[in-house]
Design a binder for this molecule. Structure first.
Ligand SMILES: Nc1ncnc2c1ncn2[C@@H]1O[C@H](COP(=O)(O)OP(=O)(O)O)[C@@H](O)[C@H]1O
Ligand SMILES: O=P(O)(O)OC[C@H]1O[C@](O)(COP(=O)(O)O)[C@@H](O)[C@@H]1O
Length: 301
């Protein structure tokens, strides 16, 4: 079973408008509300690809209820912990030629709430996959991913971590099965700009030597590079298409990779499905469905 953890899920309010002018009233031309948060997105795309997963994390207020209903409608199994106060955040995504995002802070998560999550995580079994994805709300210890992996290590659970900077560097010692930084995040981890493919490969391999089994570096419109656990390097440009909304492209890539790996055990196929899922989501108004992903899989990059 795959479990995704999203500490700070959201409702994503995605709007389109001709242009965004700060300081003025701006009117939308298209608007949608979707479930959001990195682990949540991974679960939605897994569900679209007919892979079962359970969404773990926290919810609060009317937006939390709404998030849960939407996830159920999208075929996701949810087990969200209800917080006493506040509301699940609403993240605003504005597509107006370029993409602008306003992400909220999210509700307060207390020590008891965190303990409740640990009770659920303690039930994971050998062979399960745990996806830890997204930012940690300021009210929680910043090493919470590390704490979770330390607690569950040695139990045959595979970890997937999509986080940035020290959050990611600090978990490498627990040998995550997969990490997915983008090329900018990879550079940030080493305090430099990575100029070309060779530099990206060198630094992806460094993360492997620090403990990561598979390092999938996404590069938005430039595709992705995978430094795989079998020693191979896989590279691909993305398929061609028109970008509509690239929010969740990285999460879709993680879901595609996991689906490909679970279905075939083959890293090349997993990588290809990851790229197809990432790009299919970038070319849709929201996260891509199975048909859109499979259509891109057939296209040469
Ligand atoms: N502009 C784009 N054109 C084509 N594919 C894209 C584009 N943006 C993202 N993708 C696809 O989605 C994947 C993940 O996107 P990226 O933006 O790098 O992730 P993140 O959202 O984590 O930063 C890319 O590797 C690519 O396959
Ligand atoms: O936890 P953060 O960093 O605030 O990000 C949350 C946002 O990221 C998303 O999960 C999308 O992530 P990506 O575009 O990086 O794949 C949104 O659905 C959500 O609003």
């Amino acid at each position: 079973m795959i479990y995704t953890v999203t500490f700070n899920p959201s409702l994503d309010y995605v709007v389109q408008m001709e242009r965004l002018t700060p300081g003025e009233i701006n009117r939308t031309t298209v608007e949608h509300v979707y479930p959001g948060g990195k682990g949540v997105n991974v679960s939605v795309v897994l569900s679209n690809l007919k892979v079962k997963s359970r969404v773990l994390g926290f919810k609060a207020g009317f937006t939390g209820d709404n998030l849960e209903h939407m996830l159920e409608k999208f075929g996701c199994d949810t087990d969200l912990i209800l917080l006493k106060d506040g509301f699940t955040r609403i993240n605003v995504k504005i597509n107006a030629g370029e993409e602008t995002e306003i992400n909220g802070q999210g509700p307060f998560i207390g020590e008891d709430d965190l303990k409740n999550l640990y009770v659920k995580l303690d039930l994971l079994k050998e062979g399960d996959i745990l996806v830890l994805a997204g930012s940690i709300p300021g009210t929680l210890p910043s090493d919470v991913y590390e704490q979770i992996m330390c607690r569950l290590q040695g139990r045959g659970i595979r970890f997937v971590v999509d986080a940035t900077k020290d959050l990611l560097l600090n978990v490498l010692k627990y040998r995550p099965f997969l990490i997915k930084p983008n090329n900018h995040e990879l550079g940030e981890m080493f305090g430099r700009n990575l100029e070309d493919e060779d530099e990206i490969i060198t630094h992806a391999k460094k993360l492997q030597s620090m403990g990561a089994e598979n390092v999938l570096v996404s590069m938005a419109g430039d595709g992705a590079i995978l430094a795989a656990e079998n020693g191979e390097i896989y590279k691909s440009r993305p398929p061609k298409g028109k970008v509509v909304n690239s929010v969740g492209a990285g999460d879709s890539m993680v879901a595609g990779f996991l689906t490909g790996w679970l279905n075939t055990g083959d890293y090349k196929k997993a990588f290809q499905l990851g790229i197809a899922a990432g790009s299919a989501s970038a070319f849709c108004s929201w996260l891509a469905g199975r048909e859109e992903i499979e259509a891109l899989l057939k296209e040469p990059a």
